[in-house]
Design a binder for this molecule. Structure first.
Ligand code: NAP
Length: 260
């Protein structure tokens, strides 16, 4: 396939949390489909290292912002839009902190809502006007199976990810006749730093070894394994393709059948 034949050639995609984990896999997959990609995150050195590694695949640039900070998001999106209006927004930046409900203090609660839910709100507000001007856009929110069902000890994260799915569904209807689709992808436990941190947390708080903790997380997936970041990226990119225009308001689990 030549560059001219790639389905996302000429499109500008911004991926929040694009410097590592699932976001980096999404960025690579979008570049492979011909999109120019902007990576956004808090840590410039991580972003620059990822951009260097991805530059062989296509046009990539990086921008720093904390997605929970609306002013920083607005400034970073203005800078990114100098490369061209954003056609594809992947709201992937997220954090998952766990605690029993009565140990979930106001800070943990606010942190989970502000990064996972309000971050999605701020970035979508920044990118949407350009999509509406063009009459074409794709918004994909990386939620979680925790947006579709409950899990013990992550009430704040679950509430935030359920919120992301509610936002996805409402906005999908609001934009349905405007050429912009809004969908969510809901990974199960996926092999990234986030799971490594969860394993370290389990090891610290229980008598389990790292191998046991990882095996327990994998056991919740009917395929008895962790999901690969590239499998999540595959679903995200498929939703961004021109021929996926009828996909709207969906929350698609990528979790080996864990939720259905
Ligand atoms: P990860 O490896 O921990 O990476 C998280 C990414 O988000 C990093 O690029 C990080 O970049 C960025 N980020 C975090 N807080 C941010 C903030 N306040 N502002 C801007 N960027 C921020 O996690 P991951 O596993 O790839 O997770 C990606 C998404 O998938 C998250 O939304 C997560 O909830 C979701 N998810 C993950 C799993 C899983 O098992 N891994 C399962 C279900 C859903 P910086 O640190 O440079 O800012």
């Amino acid at each position: 396939m030549t560059a001219g034949e790639r389905p996302l050639s000429g499109r500008h995609a911004l991926v929040t949390g694009g410097g590592r984990g699932i976001g980096a896999a999404i960025a690579r997959a979008l570049l492979e489909q011909g999109a120019a990609v902007s990576l956004l995150g808090r840590d410039r050195s991580t972003l620059e290292a990822a951009a260097r590694e991805m530059s062989a695949l296509g046009e990539v640039a990086c921008f720093t912002a904390d997605v929970a900070d609306p002013d920083a998001v607005s400034a970073a999106f203005t800078d990114a839009a100098a490369r061209g209006a954003i056609d594809i927004l992947v709201n992937n930046a997220g954090q998952a902190h766990s605690a029993p409900f009565l140990k979930t203090d106001a800070k943990l609660w606010r942190d989970m809502l502000s990064v996972n839910l309000e971050g999605t709100f701020h970035c979508t507000q920044a990118a949407l006007p350009g999509m509406l001007d063009k009459g074409w856009g794709r918004i994909v929110n990386v939620a979680s199976t925790a947006g579709l069902t409950g899990y013990a000890y992550v009430s704040a994260y679950c509430a935030a990810k359920h919120g992301v799915i509610g936002l996805t569904r409402a906005l999908a209807l609001e934009l349905a006749a405007k050429g912009v689709t809004v969908n969510a992808v809901c990974p199960g436990y996926t092999d990234t730093d986030m799971v490594r941190e969860t394993v370290a947390n389990i090891v610290q708080k229980t008598a389990r070894s790292a191998e046991q903790a990882r095996a327990e997380l994998a056991a919740g997936n009917p395929q008895k394994r962790l999901v690969a970041p590239e499998e999540v990226a595959n679903a995200v990119v498929w939703l961004c393709l021109p021929q996926s225009a009828a996909m709207n308001g969906q929350a698609i689990a990528v979790a080996g059948g864990e939720v259905m």
